[in-house]
Design a binder for this molecule. Structure first.
Ligand SMILES: *[C@@H]1O[C@H](CO)[C@@H](O)[C@H](O)[C@H]1NC(C)=O
Ligand SMILES: *[C@@H]1O[C@H](CO)[C@@H](O)[C@H](O)[C@H]1NC(C)=O
Length: 579
């Protein structure tokens, strides 16, 4: 490894001692943040952005749990560094019993009891797995974290359709359940945290409406939900509009995407303030399950009145894919992607193409500002045994590259991750990958895709061991900062090899951990914070003066993972709380 250059300009910096550098995004006067930087060498495989660290590493897989006991249909990372994985209570025996010899009554079958656990908490630090107790059925449910880091989890099937459940991330915590708290049955719905710390739940099977999660212990009156025409109008004979993609925009409106249409909804007036052009090409929502995420929201010290935000929608299914899969005909999934700046006055979809078709995959915001697409299949639709050709290779998406150059396939896994699989970004930057059960019960024999209980980690390119020592390391105990206030300045110290020739390449990200199921990570959000000052404290030690997000509309209250990025290499992330 060549020693890092110690360039004269920074000698000058150090000679002045504690020299201070204002950096590019400090004054709000710089160029359009969405402008694509010029790529000088398209074969610059590592980073592709100018001055990125280069690496030929295309990622690596490791098996971390041989048998998790439960197949991970839903996944969420707690700020206590524990990962919740759970499926449905309706799929019969799992492979891990309930704690302390407990059993649960089986709804509508008074003579039966179920002594198997359907949810586990996996401790990232100790590697231990703890079975949890759920009564109501969580099959195809929804969720988000509260401002206090409690998982607020809604809906499901049967006795779980109107349930609201709470789970805290402690070592001994277990579910608190309120089986009839919601007004309607929310099965395949999407939940969004709001700036005021409340939650709204959209859609679900035959539920063309939205409603707010009541305070814990309270119940929404029957039929108190608000109808949403978009959900009724986009249901086709195969539905294709379940698990709608819901994103809180930077102007406070809610972006809702269902099937091939999308709107901005004002929740104060319950009015649709804008309808975007149709995204042609096929269905993007369950069972034609595509993926969606917001690109990083770029903040400045002085922000424009409306902060731009772009939404990406990729893959999905052809409209009749579900119906034909019933006859064992597996249509190729969609390989098209649409990107739209939802805050722009005349927003249009910019179309792009992935390396291959993809359905039922996960789309995650990486701590580099890139997007990762992982899991899923190349043919078919969501549903039991309705897909074929597992898509083993994750795909990296670099939003800053020119159209046509943004996607790259990475090292494939060897494990099919079909229907009911999940993935999540971890604090160290690795990706946890779990689940896959395309059968109506845990089934390991006589089926094409056995129920998957193995859990893997995927290391993206920035985990290349060769550049590990170049990664910045946060040296501030961010937890000691206490709760961040909106708009406040705070200091982040970090260490890295001496190399400050690219100070414009210092970034700080804040990532809201999502609730992931069915290829959609609800409440996923990544912010690039405004960095005002980049200060050399001593050789190899640096200090950033960072602005917290300006408001709860930009960053709803709660816990976020914060990481520093230098020349494309992310530090490990630390938890911060904002309120
Ligand atoms: C949008 O989806 C509907 C429902 O599946 C379909 O009938 C319509 O043709 C689609 N529109 C376009 C432009 O693809
Ligand atoms: C597994 O699936 C096969 C094929 O559908 C079926 O015959 C078998 O009964 C299933 N086994 C279990 C344990 O459900």
């Amino acid at each position: 490894m060549p020693p890092m250059a110690w360039r004269p300009i920074h000698l000058i910096c150090y000679c002045i001692l504690f020299a201070v550098c204002d950096i590019t995004n400090a004054d709000g006067a710089e160029t359009n943040p969405f402008k694509t930087p010029k790529v000088t060498d398209p074969k610059n495989v590592g980073g592709l952005e100018h001055n990125f660290y280069e690496t030929n590493f295309e990622g690596a897989w490791e098996l971390i749990i041989a048998n998790a006991g439960v197949s991970s249909m839903h996944m969420a990372l707690f700020h206590t560094n524990k990962v919740l994985m759970f499926d449905s209570t309706a799929f019969g025996p799992s492979q891990i019993p309930l704690p302390n010899g407990k059993c649960r009554p089986v709804p509508k079958k008074p003579k039966e009891k179920d002594c198997w656990s359907h949810a586990i908490m996996y401790d990232l630090v100790t590697g231990k797995i703890r079975p949890l107790m759920i009564y109501t059925d969580t099959w195809c449910s929804s969720g988000s974290f509260s401002p206090e880091g409690i998982l607020v989890q809604t809906g499901g099937w049967n006795d779980g359709g109107r349930a609201v459940r709470y789970l805290e991330g402690c070592d001994t915590c277990d579910w608190r359940e309120y089986p009839v708290a919601l007004s309607g049955q929310r099965w395949y719905s999407s939940q969004q945290i709001l700036p005021n710390g409340g939650y709204v739940v959209f859609g679900g099977r035959r539920m063309f409406s939205y409603e707010y999660v009541p305070p814990e212990g309270k119940t929404n009156p029957q039929k108190s939900d608000t109808p949403l025409a978009l959900l009724r109008e986009t249901t086709d004979i195969y539905e294709n509009n379940l698990y709608p993609f819901v994103h809180l925009s930077t102007d406070g409106n809610i972006f809702v995407f269902a099937n091939n249409r999308s709107i901005l909804l004002n929740l104060k007036t319950n009015k649709v303030v804008k309808e975007f052009p149709v995204l042609a090409g096929g269905s993007r929502n369950y069972p034609g399950s595509g993926m969606s995420a917001m690109l990083p929201i770029k903040l400045r010290v002085i922000n424009p009145p409306v902060i731009p935000v772009e939404v990406l929608v990729c893959g999905g299914g052809q409209y009749p894919a579900f119906k034909l899969a019933e006859k064992n005909i597996f249509l190729p999934a969609l390989d098209s992607c649409g990107k739209i700046e939802i805050t722009a006055p005349n927003a249009q979809w910019e179309m792009d193409r992935m390396p291959a078709p993809r359905v039922m995959a996960d789309m995650l915001n990486l701590p580099t500002g890139e997007i990762l697409m992982i899991n899923g299949a190349k043919k078919g639709a969501s549903g039991w045994q309705f897909a074929e050709e597992p898509y083993y290779a994750p795909v990296l998406y670099r939003p800053w590259l020119p159209l046509g150059q943004r996607f790259r396939e990475l090292t494939p896994s060897k494990i099919p991750r079909m229907y009911h699989s999940t993935a999540g970004v971890l604090p160290d930057g690795k990706i946890l990958v779990a689940g896959s059960n395309t059968n109506s019960a845990y089934n390991f024999t006589g089926v094409r895709y056995p129920t998957e209980l193995r859990v893997e980690k995927f290391s993206p390119w920035y985990m290349d061991p060769i550049i590990a020592l170049k990664r910045p390391v946060i040296t501030t105990r961010l937890a000691n900062l206490g709760t961040l206030k909106y708009g406040m300045k705070f200091l982040v110290d970090f260490a890295m090899p001496q190399d400050t020739n690219h100070k414009e390449q210092v970034k700080v990200f804040m990532y809201a951990p999502p609730f992931t199921t069915h290829g959609y990570s609800q409440n996923q959000r990544i912010l690039e914070l405004a960095v005002k000052r980049f200060i050399g404290v001593s050789p190899g030690r640096y200090r950033l003066r960072v602005f917290a997000p300006p408001s709860a509309v930009i960053a709803p209250p709660g816990y976020y993972l914060l990481n520093v990025l230098y020349r494309g290499l992310p530090s490990k992330a630390e938890w911060v709380k904002i309120a």
